[in-house]
Design a protein around this ligand. Structure first.
Ligand code: G6P
Length: 369
């Protein structure tokens, strides 16, 4: 019934709209009055943190994409190699993991069979395991050395939305926490970042107001035969999640690509009827993205740009449509960039009359291999 869906037609849309609150819930208790990061639930000592020379992140699906964002953040912040693996690959790859490894396992359900097996593999090899999990008391939460819960609440839609953004929040906090413990960042700098994280719920609420605009855009885009989602750095990580959302609920072929790789093959596929969504939220890579956008429009592909408010380099003279979102530090842009993409996937699927909450062939939690 729509009552159980809080008045929304689908759980997916309800859960998209819950994100300001779930982000707030995931921050609560983890940030102090002076904007320092605290994790009362972690037993890890400062000595243990200093002992890690590498971080491996393991997950499946949307949780894997959250890990891709975390990799960029941790490498920038902690200057330590971070490897992200899909659990089904990791578990059979004789992974290079030892007692100097921090293994971060991400899972909404805490029950994904491959992710659980990967956690066990990392433990056997001597890694310290830290799980970022939504479901309290789940298998992964119980077996991991350390657990950080996301407070997304029950997620019913098979396509994950609020779990992803709360995973990002938890992962950002972990990075800041480690940097703080290692004295890489002083309290004032940490406080500045925490202040930005605390501003995200209101900014996400702003992004949600794009709903009607995105719904209208989706009507036209629902006729596309295929989609590419392009970005660089953090934007590439978000593009991967955006493409997954669209294929899950709309059944339209969608692919994420590192923008600079397009010319090495996929550009051959760009023609009228193909829509290319270009993410341009990363200042340092902005000019590079502009050139990539031109590669698309020169081939008559439909181009949609996702930019920060105030962006003057991309408008409807250069692309078919522009979505403008509030801005924060480039590191935290993924939270604001994914929300319009969740809505775009939702409204395209709705325009096509798809099931949305329970896509064909997919399961919410994959507990068998
Ligand atoms: C399934 C779900 C996805 C989810 C993935 C990992 O494929 O449909 O939405 O991202 O499993 O699930 P987990 O519960 O481990 O995050």
């Amino acid at each position: 019934s729509t009552a159980s869906k809080g008045g929304y037609d689908h759980f997916m849309l309800k859960e998209i709209h819950e994100q300001p609150q779930t982000i707030r819930d995931t921050l609560r208790g983890r940030v102090s009055d002076t904007n320092q990061v605290m994790f009362p639930e972690l037993k890890l000592s400062r000595e243990q943190l200093l002992n890690f020379n590498r971080i491996v992140i393991v997950a499946c699906g949307t949780a894997y994409h959250a890990g891709m964002v975390a990799k960029h953040f941790y490498e920038a912040l902690l200057r330590r190699p971070v490897e992200v693996s899909v659990a089904s690959e990791f578990r059979y790859s004789d992974p290079i993991v030892d007692q100097h490894t921090l293994a971060i396992i991400i899972s909404q359900s805490g029950e994904t069979a491959d992710t659980l097996a990967a956690l066990r593999e990392a433990k056997v090899k001597g890694a310290t395991t830290l799980a970022v999990v939504n479901v309290v008391g789940s298998s992964i939460a119980r077996e991991s050395d350390e657990v950080i819960y996301t407070y997304a609440g029950p997620e019913i839609s098979v396509a994950s939305t609020k779990a992803y953004t709360t995973q990002l929040i938890a992962l950002y906090l972990v990075g800041l926490y480690i940097a703080e413990q290692e004295n890489r960042l002083g309290p004032t700098v940490v406080a500045g970042y925490v202040e930005l994280l605390k501003a995200l719920p209101a900014q996400v609420a702003q992004v949600l107001k794009l709903g009607p605009e995105i719904k209208e855009l989706a009507q036209g885009l629902s006729k596309s035969s295929s989609f590419f989602f392009l970005g660089r750095g953090f934007d590439y990580a978000v593009a991967m999640e955006a493409a997954l959302k669209l294929k899950e609920v709309s059944y339209i072929h969608a692919e994420a690509y590192a923008a600079g790789e397009m010319k090495h093959g996929p550009l051959a596929l760009v023609e009228p009827g193909v829509t290319v969504v270009c993410f341009a939220t990363q200042s340092a890579l902005y000019d590079k993205m502009l050139s990539n956008v031109k590669e698309i429009t020169a081939r008559d592909g439909g181009a949609v740009a996702l930019v920060k408010d105030g962006d003057e380099g991309l408008d409807t003279r250069s692309v078919d449509s522009v979505l403008r979102i509030p801005s924060t530090h480039d590191w935290f842009m993924p939270i604001l960039a994914i929300v319009p993409m969740q809505m775009l996937a939702y409204y395209i699927a709705a325009a096509l009359g798809r099931e949305i909450d329970q896509p064909r062939n997919l399961a919410k939690s994959v507990t068998v291999e």
